[in-house]
Design a binder for this molecule. Sequence first.
Ligand SMILES: *Cc1c(COP(=O)(O)O)cnc(C)c1O
Length: 423
Amino acid sequence: MRGPQWLERGMHHVWLPYAQMRTAPPPLPAVATRGRTITLADGSELIDGIASWWTACHGYNHPHIRQAVQAQLECMPHVMFGGLVNEPALTLATRLADMLPGDLERVFFTDSGSVAVEVAMKMAIQYWLNQGESGRTRLLAFRGGYHGDTMATMAVCDPEEGMHSLYAGALPEHFMTDLPTDDMRTQALDSLLAQSAGRIAAIIVEPLVQGAGGMLFHSPEVLRTLRTLADRHGVLLILDEIFTGFGRTGTLFACEQAGIVPDIITLSKALTGGTMALAATVARRHVFEAFLSDNPMHALMHGPTFMANAMACACANASLDLFEREPRLAQVARIGAQMRAELEACRHLPHVVDVRVMGAIGVVELDHIHDMNALKAALVAQGVWVRPFRNIIYVTPAFTITAAELRVLTTAIHTVLSGSVQV
Ligand SMILES: *Cc1c(COP(=O)(O)O)cnc(C)c1O
């Protein structure tokens, strides 16, 4: 079957993400989205199980978001943020400050998650520099973590996932250890900090779920331990809520489940409801105050060209309206309960080693995936868009997904895992 002409021609010129371009099967041409459905060029439809890397939390093409973007497009699509401010951005900053716990109240806008994490790292290092501490240039990060694909963020990702050996020499070295999930690891972390806190600007962690590293869950207790140890040894705590933020784990922000307030938090992914690229790094008052002085060198020297893009901020404000007006957290709880019930049937299938659910994240973990391409094709043949990676199949649907649509997703996974496809 021949695809549309733009596909045939364009595929000679486009470079795809995370793909071995010689052997990867051709990508599917998407031509339209609506609700939880993706339409392909041949007219076929897929039910979307991952909401475009879990960004499209209200489903695609939500009319309220569309209207907000259209209205902003007509009056002022973008204006530089250096020396000028715009209403959607300042309203969004105010709303985020109101929603976030504690005194997380100072918002720095960027246009991708990786850059939001880089800004958090710069903030943390300069926080100490501005107070005369020049030795604190390292971060402390955890195995299994994922914080982005740029050079600086790769260096705080899991060493294997972040391809530290491939890029050895090109990446700065940080402290990398295990999450304090038991007494032994907590003690190890405590002594590492006792020894090296003077070289560490901040601890960085994805709260409750290490997402792209394999959808690994940990308890709120782990976060309370990190907060305690960060305070004990005088280092900052950065929570990367780019995956977990905006309801995905069952509360608006994952840190709420631990009752802790980080010094810096990063947000993106579902911030605009999946419609436009936008990210935010939000700092607590004491972090921001460390940048206030008569010394121009104490300013935060960062400013992306499209920072605080007015359409993206209008879009995020519309997304927040939907969190206020519609029962998103109840929907997350309903999705979680349904996934818990329906994915359970996968637990005893061949190769399945774990089935786990948190909020609106459902995971079926296999001992290994023998033929990833065959598995992906089999899922598409079932009419669903689910993208397994490493050894897991996961579902992170839009919160507006219907019970019937979700049932199609969980049934497809069960069918494929119990079927004839050699996965
Ligand atoms: C996706 C993600 C990032 C990177 O965001 P990009 O927009 O892809 O740069 C960083 N941290 C976490 C936890 C993520 O899930």
